[in-house]
Design a protein around this ligand. Structure first.
Ligand SMILES: *Cc1c(COP(=O)(O)O)cnc(C)c1O
Length: 353
């Protein structure tokens, strides 16, 4: 048994997935096996009367090419949120097992764990000016009950990236004990390389990617889990039978065409340039205490007067995310990098605060 499979909940090891009509490609042309309607729906939205492929091959092949990862190592999910959820279900027994997170971090890891009845351990930041988790201290902080370690790089909401080598070292130190789940939702905007190719090669490493950020497909809900093929196959059996809506899949296939990839690369470059312009300008404003360096498409900004800044943004009709309640982030907001004109409006508003 592979390392990752050996950590699966013992009571799930003999789990038999629901056998849907479309788990294998249909061989006949007359499909009377899935109780579908024989007609496309009214309204001309296309042939949505058929159930979609559970793991659409065309999209998986494009993602495999994009990430440089064999298709058998990829699981497509309804956003990476669903991947987090299925990981918690598969690895954590309610009331017994735990996950470990590194606050300040993305809120969904804890939500998924709590929903599953799993406990949550925290590796807290050493100081407000040391927001990057200390991976060398993590194995000692990681109790015996921890089955999943969620890392985010670049992290939401700090924008800080982890050293990929340090993540690989951590995987080896946790081998046989816990699975490392590296959430790379913002990796397209980063200077550090993705570890997707190492997922599963490093037996206890899983990497999460998404089409929600750089690819502009947040509304389509397409997430990707990269990991060992046997883990991918097992987790696929835990998902609902037809997780990915057909319109979402066709939108994603189009976005990942060669032309779509070129366009996305240009947009990522523009957002990265805007990120640097915005960061430099924000730093000069009296209301701003600190702009953290970011590897993502947002900036973490500490404000001297959060109330005045919030009022100025509200007057200008600009919404930013208040993250001040998170550990070590009091007075901080997270600002998404928008189009140049939007960013300029934000700078004007905060300049008047
Ligand atoms: C936005 C985001 C995601 C993406 O979630 P989807 O369900 O794929 O839209 C994942 N992780 C982090 C840290 C994020 O900020």
């Amino acid at each position: 048994m592979s390392d990752a499979l050996s950590l699966i909940r013992p009571d799930l090891r003999s789990f038999r997935p629901y056998a849907s009509a479309r788990r294998t490609a249909p061989v006949g042309r007359i499909r009377l096996d899935a109780n579908e309607s024989p007609w496309a729906p009214p309204g001309g939205t296309g042939a949505l009367n058929r159930y979609p492929e559970p793991q659409p091959a065309a999209l998986r092949d494009r993602l495999a090419g994009l990430y440089g990862v064999d298709g058998a190592r990829l699981l497509l999910t309804r956003g990476s949120d669903e991947a987090m959820d299925v990981l918690c279900r598969a690895f954590c027994r309610a009331g017994l097992d735990e996950i470990l997170i590194t606050p300040p971090t993305f809120g969904m890891y804890e939500v998924c764990a709590r929903l599953q009845g799993a406990g949550v351990q925290y590796l807290m930041p050493a100081a407000p000016d040391r927001l990057r988790p200390d991976l060398s201290a993590l194995p000692e902080a990681c109790g015996d009950r921890v089955k999943l370690v969620f890392l985010c790089s670049p992290a939401n909401p700090t924008g800080l990236a982890l050293d990929p080598e340090a993540v690989l070292v951590l995987c080896r130190r946790l081998a046989g004990r816990a699975l490392v789940v590296l959430d790379e939702a913002y990796t397209e905007f980063a200077d550090v390389p993705s570890l997707a190719e190492q997922a599963g090669r490093e037996p206890n490493l899983v990497v999460l990617r998404t089409l929600s950020k750089a690819w502009g497909l947040a509304g389509a809900r397409i997430g990707v889990l990269a990991g060992a093929p046997e883990l991918v196959a097992f987790l696929g059996g835990l998902l609902p039978p037809y997780p990915l809506p057909a319109p979402s899949v066709s939108a994603a296939v189009k976005a990942l065409s060669p032309a779509g990839r070129r366009k996305t690369a240009r947009r990522v470059a523009r957002l990265r340039a805007e990120r640097e312009r915005l960061a430099a300008s924000l730093t000069t404003l009296p209301v701003v205490e600190r702009v953290y360096p970011s590897q993502a498409n947002f900036l973490l900004v500490r404000l001297k007067d959060p109330a005045a800044a919030a009022a100025a943004c509200a007057r200008a009709g600009i919404v930013v995310r208040d993250v001040g309640a998170q550990p070590a982030l009091s007075g901080c907001v997270r600002i998404t990098v928008g189009r140049a004109a939007e960013n300029t409006r934000l700078l004007d508003a905060l300049g008047s605060a």
